[in-house]
Design a protein around this ligand. Structure first.
Ligand SMILES: [Zn+2]
Length: 423
């Protein structure tokens, strides 16, 4: 066989293995017949692809249940303990961490509160490194770690993971990816992403925006982050900083924002603004106090949150005019308070242009506070889903490989095919 033919065949093989693994990773166990129906490959191709994936340990087969007449079709499932990712979500209050296995299973979750304010960089780096080592040591022996991915509420340069600026953390020009590589003795590939980008990736692949190609995600916390998917692609911008929706100006001459400017959207809808809107002092009260007041129907709290809802709607109206999303996902505090804000938010949102507004469905995040961890995990799974055999080999053999980035935070592809309805 000519060399060109052989490499073209290898490429087709890689793509086909990728299609099957992606289907199982995003949609869970599937019978061989389901895989045939979803991928359009014939039975024998699916049989051979499945056998090859079983050999790698990424998937396994078990006998299926007999439905009607005929032989049962084997069920193929991702092996959650074959490969894993260490995902981290750094916020103003603390660090969330998860070990996530193939198939998107959260195998272990940890949450730690910060000890200092603002967050001292060495302390956070050491905390993440310690959690990474601890979670990795608990992985099933033989499970391959695909890397560490950290979500940061701020502008992160790609592909080197330099945190340019994070107002909620009080960080400037922190080479977080490099620091983490050193702190973990170069054992893992490391990537760092923006919390809004990772949030929209998660909602697009596994959350409220599944199956949609145009998505706007807004996360309200101490800071307000955002991410945009346009036509199935993450909007990055010239420097990878697109989607910093918290700092669009909605109220000229308004309150001073954490970024130093005045009248940013974040200064009107961030946690501190919400706490103030219910008549409390952000230095004394916490956002959880507001959430519990709202939960018991405290009138002052509900009125304050509704007032904030109007600002949420004003900002969203502009963003919807700009991006024409099919789904707008509200995460973090905004997701939690959305039902309370709904009346005033909807009224302000109605000022967006009619035809554009009508297409945009407003929803709460299904993934809640796990969205950043899930998005971070998917970024690290992207390579193995793209090239299962090549990536596994590189991670199993390459000590030097760990020095490389997981790659620039990419747009992981979804399964691309719909699961057949026969399940
Ligand atoms: Zn600002």
């Amino acid at each position: 066989m000519r060399r060109a033919d052989a490499s073209a065949q290898d490429e087709v093989r890689r793509q086909n293995l990728s299609a099957v693994l992606r289907l199982l990773h995003f949609h869970g166990p599937a019978s061989r017949s389901d895989i045939v129906a979803s991928t359009g490959f014939n039975r024998s191709t699916v049989g051979s692809l499945t056998s090859e994936l079983v050999k790698t340990g990424l998937v396994r087969e078990r006998p299926g249940v007999v439905r009607g007449k005929g032989r049962p079709s084997n069920v193929v499932e991702p092996v959650s303990t074959s490969v894993h990712v260490l995902a981290f979500d750094v916020t103003q209050s603390g660090v969330g961490a998860a070990r996530v296995g193939l198939g998107g299973y959260m195998l272990q979750v940890r949450r730690r509160l910060h000890q200092t304010t603002p967050m001292d960089v060495p302390g956070v780096v050491e905390l993440i490194a310690t959690l990474a080592r601890e979670m990795d040591s608990r992985a099933t022996p033989g499970s391959v770690c695909l890397g560490i991915v950290v979500s940061i509420p701020g502008s992160v340069r790609q592909p080197d993971g330099l945190v340019r600026r994070s107002p909620p953390l009080g960080w400037h020009e922190v080479p977080l990816a490099d620091l983490l590589r050193v702190a973990t003795e170069h054992r893992f590939p490391v990537a760092v992403g923006n919390d809004g980008d990772l949030g929209v990736v998660a909602e697009y692949l596994r959350g409220s925006a599944r199956g949609q190609q145009d998505v706007l995600y807004v996360r309200g916390e101490a800071g307000v982050g955002g991410g945009v998917v346009v036509d199935g692609e993450l909007l990055k911008g010239a420097g990878g900083y697109a989607g910093e929706v918290g700092h669009i100006v909605v109220k000229p001459g308004g309150r001073v924002c954490s970024c130093g400017a005045r009248g940013c959207w974040e200064a009107e809808i961030g946690d501190a603004a919400i706490i103030r809107s219910v008549g409390r002092d952000p230095r004394e009260a916490e956002i959880d106090d507001v959430l519990s007041d709202v939960a018991v129907g405290n009138r002052r709290a509900v009125a304050g949150v509704r007032k904030t809802g109007e600002w949420v709607g004003i900002g969203l109206a502009s963003l919807v005019n700009l991006f024409n999303p099919r789904v707008v996902v509200l995460g973090g505090t905004l997701g939690a308070l959305y039902p309370t804000m709904e009346p005033t938010l909807a009224e302000a949102f109605a000022r967006a242009l009619g035809p554009i507004r009508e297409q945009a469905l407003l929803v709460r995040s299904e993934l809640g506070s796990d969205a950043q961890l899930i998005g971070a995990a998917e970024v690290a799974f992207a390579d193995v889903l793209e090239d299962p055999l090549g990536t596994l080999e590189a991670r199993r053999t390459g000590g030097d490989e760990a020095d490389e980035d997981v790659a620039d935070v990419p747009m992981p592809r979804s399964a691309g095919t719909q699961r057949s309805a026969s399940r």
